[in-house]
Design a protein around this ligand. Structure first.
Ligand SMILES: [Zn+2]
Length: 44
């Protein structure tokens, strides 16, 4: 799911699967629906 992040007084939306950041929640949600990075092995 999309993770909200505060940075530089802006809200960013991060794809939890691949780590890509978006400034629009809509963009992030759409990206995540098609994101094929199912295994975020580099996260935690
Ligand atoms: Zn992604």
């Amino acid at each position: 799911m999309v993770e909200e992040t505060q940075r530089d007084d802006m809200t960013w939306y991060r794809c939890e699967k691949c780590g890509l950041m978006f400034d629009s929640e809509d963009d992030a949600t759409k990206h995540e629906e098609t994101c094929d990075a199912e295994d975020p092995s580099y996260l935690r």
